[in-house]
Design a protein around this ligand. Structure first.
Ligand code: FAD
Ligand code: SF4
Ligand code: SF4
Length: 480
């Protein structure tokens, strides 16, 4: 039955049910359950159909959110899916992993006085239903074109560009050094936030639509950038950021101190059924161990929660600021607390202690928050005499990521990068300093979000098309 809109005055916000923490700790299944049809329709009907929808303004994809909420409230799910899928390459993934409290939902106008519409959960519901009903189709074009693009990186940015160009009839080849499609969606983000089947089924559809994947192929090692440029009309660099920020200090080379992404990748591979020697040997497995995770971002939260599920004896997160100043999403901190993680706020690591070459503890010191600096952020100051040692058999460093040295990796010194190593592009055309070579996603922005990767990939597809078509008409001009 059709629901009227503006029901926020009558209906309270209901988020999807969360599995009990005691149960969650024992498996890697997603923690949020799906809305029932009735709940999705009810929750969508809370939208007040704003003339200027701030939810859309703050969604990186500027989606027509009020439209698909209304269609959902009216039970017109296939239409809701079509409207939603027109602007989002991975709506069922964004519904799961976007930090909605900072994006669409955090800017929903009924938030003032009432709680926001649960946009992300409705988006997930619409598109999980679409998959079940067979409404999601491969990106098969109505006619084939000769234009060809080579995309480096099968993460959200590369895949979004691939899907858009393939739908328009382009010959699309995506190269990735991993053995699976998905980038950080497959090997970074843990299963309890995004079940891998959700990513793999998309990859299968893309292949069925004629996107050619060349996996286990590292550009710069197996194929050169010049070879790709010669083979395709345009090249898109969507390689993400993978150089882990490190921490020094005495004892930093002890065994048992590992980077976050290695640890998470091993866990994801194990879940996918791969043979993972470092997991089997215990090197990247938290089972039975006292685990300390250093860092306060979302990657740190993913590590602590993975360690809990692997059966760690204890899991402690060391962060040098307080809870209010954590960069990670509060939703994820709450989930981690419920699952039994201990947070040691205002604690900065200074070194490591060990026995027989293996780590046995993290030497840390308590901090206090001082005056704000020029950026407005409070500075942390060490409290003399507050040193302590946190016992640990496994230490996971989750301090963020920087870009690899792409000009060196690609043997292309002309590829201009910023002082942080991100690839520089023309803001409008998204082209790098190399003619016909574009860049998108984390490698341009620095570590960011899946939804921004999708946005950049879709924009890059438009710019690539514009460039190649212009070149076909006026070769001399386009080459300038
Ligand atoms: P990536 O996803 O990193 O994909 C890049 C691809 O390029 C990879 O597959 C890589 O193998 C390939 N590649 C790199 N170099 C080469 C080469 N030389 N040759 C061939 N292939 C190459 N975002 C959210 O929105 N929500 C979350 O909950 C969230 N959780 C996260 C958890 C973790 C642990 C991490 C690390 C990140 C998380 N993110 C999250 C961020 C998000 O995953 C990234 O912002 C997003 O995946 C970036 O997309 P991308 O396409 O630019 O790069
Ligand atoms: Fe919100 Fe992300 Fe969906 Fe945009 S893509 S509506 S930000 S959940
Ligand atoms: Fe609906 Fe909130 Fe968006 Fe307004 S801001 S259109 S109430 S979801």
């Amino acid at each position: 039955m059709a629901e009227r809109m503006l029901q926020f005055v009558r209906l309270s916000q209901q988020t999807p049910d969360k599995r009990d923490a005691a149960e969650r700790r024992t498996d890697f299944g997603e923690i949020y359950q799906r809305f029932s049809a009735e709940r999705a329709s009810e929750q969508a009907s809370r939208c007040s159909q704003c003339g200027v929808p701030f939810c859309s303004v703050h969604c990186p994809l500027n989606q027509n959110i009020p439209d698909w909420l209304k269609l959902t409230a009216e039970g017109r799910l296939q239409e809701a899916h079509e409207v939603n899928a027109a602007t989002n390459t991975f709506p069922e993934i964004c519904g799961r992993v976007c930090p909605q409290d900072r994006l669409c939902e955090g800017n929903c106008v009924i938030e003032k006085g009432f709680e926001s519409v649960t946009i992300g959960a409705v988006e997930r519901y619409i598109n999980d239903t679409a998959w079940e009903m067979g409404w999601v189709k491969p990106p098969t074009p109505s006619r084939e074109l000769a234009h060809s693009v080579g995309i480096i990186g099968a993460g959200p940015a590369g895949l979004a560009a691939a899907e858009q160009l393939r739908k328009r009839g382009w010959q699309v080849t995506v190269y990735d050094r991993y053995d699976r499609v998905g980038g950080l969606m497959i090997y970074g983000i843990p299963n309890f936030k995004l079940e891998k089947e959700v990513v793999l089924r998309r990859a299968e559809q893309f292949a069925a639509g004629g996107i050619n994947f060349v996996l286990n192929c590292a550009i710069g090692r197996d194929v050169t950038l010049d070879e790709l440029r010669a083979k395709h009309d345009a090249v898109l660099i969507a390689t993400g950021v993978y150089k882990a920020r490190d921490i020094g200090g005495e004892g930093a080379d002890l065994s048992g101190i590992v980077p976050a992404l290695e640890y998470l990748t091993a866990s994801n591979r194990e879940g996918l059924g791969d043979d993972v020697p470092d997991f089997a040997s215990g090197a990247l497995n938290a089972a039975g161990k006292r685990v300390v995770v250093i860092g306060g971002g979302d990657t740190a939260m993913d590590c602590v929660r993975t360690a809990i599920r692997q059966g760690a004896a204890s899991v402690t997160c060391l962060y040098r600021r307080d809870k209010a100043n954590m960069p990670g999403s509060m939703r994820e901190v709450k989930n981690a607390e419920e699952e039994g993680v201990t947070f040691s706020w205002l604690s900065a690591p200074e070194g490591f202690v060990g026995e027989n070459g293996a780590v046995t503890g993290v030497r840390a010191v308590k901090m206090h928050l001082g005056l704000p600096d020029a950026t407005g952020r409070q500075q942390v100051e060490r409290i003399a005499g507050s040193e302590f040692t946190e016992p640990a058999d496994l230490v996971i460093k989750a301090l963020g990521f920087d870009p690899e040295d792409l000009p060196a990796m690609f043997g292309a010194p002309e590829l201009a990068v910023s002082r942080w190593g991100t690839v520089q592009v023309d803001r409008r055309s998204m082209m790098t300093k190399l003619p016909g070579v574009f860049a998108a996603g984390d490698i341009v922005r620095g570590a960011s979000l899946v939804v921004w990767g999708i946005r950049d990939g879709r924009d890059a597809a438009d710019q690539i098309e514009k460039y190649v078509l212009a070149k076909a008409v006026t070769p001399a001009l386009a080459a300038e």
